[in-house]
Each structure stands twice: as structure tokens, then as C-alpha cells.
Design a protein around this ligand. Sequence first.
Ligand SMILES: Nc1ncnc2c1ncn2[C@@H]1O[C@H](COP(=O)(O)OP(=O)(O)OP(=O)(O)O)[C@@H](O)[C@H]1O
Ligand SMILES: Cc1ncc(COP(=O)(O)O)c(N)n1
Length: 301
Amino acid sequence: MSTGSAGSGVGREGAAGAGAVPPRVLTVAGSDSGGGAGIQADLKTMLALGTHGMSVITAVTAQNSLGVQGAWPLPVEAVRAQYRSVVDDIGVQAVKTGMLASAELVEAVAGLLAGSRAPVVVDPVGVSKHGDALLAASALDSVRTKLLPVATVATPNLDEVTQLTGVRAQSERDFRRAAEAVLAFGPQWVVIKGGHLAGDSGEAVDLLTDGSQEYWLRAPRHDSRHTHGTGCTLASAIAAQLAKGQPVPQAVTAAKEYVTGAIAAGFSLGAGIGPVDHGWALGRGTGWGTDVGAGAASDEG
Ligand SMILES: Nc1ncnc2c1ncn2[C@@H]1O[C@H](COP(=O)(O)OP(=O)(O)OP(=O)(O)O)[C@@H](O)[C@H]1O
Ligand SMILES: Cc1ncc(COP(=O)(O)O)c(N)n1
């Protein structure tokens, strides 16, 4: 696996003539019916960052601002077929994985990605913001031993670090130890996401490292409740930047800037946790960030 350049993905290249094909990014993840996380967040992010987004759906969830009401993993055969359809004809310059639901799906996806020349961003999604399980406990070992080794960049949050490695990071001082524990499973780079860190620094701090190079990514912490889908958005933004040919440190730095802007513009939908605004960087200013209130969503019954 290498970060490659925009012209080095798998599949047919330049079918429509050199320079005429946009960078193509594939998300392998679950569908969020509420549109804030999962496949829906990924495709919006990819569009906003000037790439062509494509999807392999691993599971369908019934989900809204209050939580996950149901989840149905797809058959392995359906996941494999979607992947082959996209890769064999269209080609991909970067892949992002999200919700994979079961050990069977984790292993199937890891097997497919082991043959990919495109960089792979693994967001090891375990539990939703509301505490709903999105990955079976029996799949954790497959994530450690099959999926993380094929990752160019892994993006665990602090709870996922604990689930996967046993390391419990309670402050920035613990991030390096957390990163080393994740890197031991084989990803080339890891981003330890500090979004869940309680503290009064006023910053949202992530650590990007490959074990020798280290980048501390700091952004203003927005006091917003509407953070549904932040992890999906960051990982997809990294994949989009990699597909455009950026080296990993630049890709992650640009992705952090994008997710920070999206959180700043997050808005209220439904009665619970609203989404970030994926359109904030499109230059047209959606303006939804002004709190529209739960009532605004009730007009459709
Ligand atoms: N309130 C906030 N203000 C600014 N940045 C934030 C905030 N919360 C999270 N972030 C940033 O958002 C990105 C995603 O981090 P987070 O820890 O929320 O991921 P996650 O828990 O995987 O997300 P999700 O719960 O959506 O799966 C990181 O770059 C993190 O620093
Ligand atoms: C299909 C799917 N994938 C990922 C998440 C994580 O997002 P969050 O932690 O913000 O709920 C989710 N809720 N649903």
C-alpha cells in the first residue's frame, strides 16, 4: 500500500481521456438513514472535496438524531459484488472503511483490500455516538489482525483505542502510547482522535504518527451538540485528499481543517444530536449552523 498519486489507483485509468476523470474515492460502510453519518456523510464529504464518491454498503441502519433503531448487515456476497463492480470498471484512488458490523464482513473486506494498490483509510467504527453497537464484539480480533494491517491510515477514537488495545488515554500525554499500541497491529499511520477528551484546553487535538514522524493537529473545540458523523467525515476527507495525490500528513491536515469547519457549521435536526454541515466549504454558505431548533424538522410529520 502506498499513498500514491491521483493517477495510480486500481482498475481502468483514464478511460475518458487523460485528465478528464475526477479522483475516485470508495467508501465501504453502513448506511445512516438520517443522513448524518456512514455512507451518506462519506459521499457528501467526497463531493465537497472535489472527488467522485462511490459506495459499498455493508449494512443498513434505521437511524436518526436519537440513536440507532435497527441494523441489518448485508450478505458477504453482496459486499464483494459491489466492490468488484466499482473497482473492476471504474477504479479507485483511495478507499475508506467505516461500519463493518460483523467478523465475517471485516474479514471479507480486509481480504478485498489486501489486493488494493490504492491507499486505505480504516475508521474502526465500534459504537455510535448514542452508544449503539455498530460492530459485534466477536469482530474485534478480525479488526486487529486482518483489517488494521491493510490500513494506510487508521483513525480510532479514544474508545476504539481502548477496545482494540486496552490502552485508556485520559490526556494528550497518553496519545503517543495509544498510537504505538495501534501501530503494533500494522497500519502505516494512525490518527488518535481526541474529540472525546474531556478538558478545558478549548482545543480538539489529534495525533498523527507513523511511529517516527509525529504531527499534533490542533483546532478550536466547538461547543456544539451537533457532532453526529464527525469520525466518518474526517476519515472520508482523508481518503478524498489521498485520492487527489496528497501525502498522508498533508491529507490529514486538510481533512482536520474540513471537519473542524463542518462541526462549526453543524445544525439541529430532530430532537437529538444533529449533523455537521458537509456543505460548509462549497462556498455557498448553507447557513444552517444557526440553530433552527427541533421544531424545524417536524413539518414533514
Ligand atoms: N467539539 C469539537 N470541536 C472541534 N473538533 C471536534 C469536536 N469533536 C470532535 N472533533 C474533531 O472531530 C474529529 C473526529 O473526532 P471524534 O473523536 O469525534 O471521532 P469519532 O468519535 O470517531 O466520531 P463519531 O462519533 O462520529 O464516530 C477529530 O478531528 C476531532 O478532534
Ligand atoms: C452507519 C453508521 N456509521 C458510523 C456511525 C458513527 O457515527 P456517530 O458516532 O457520529 O454516531 C453511525 N452512527 N452510523
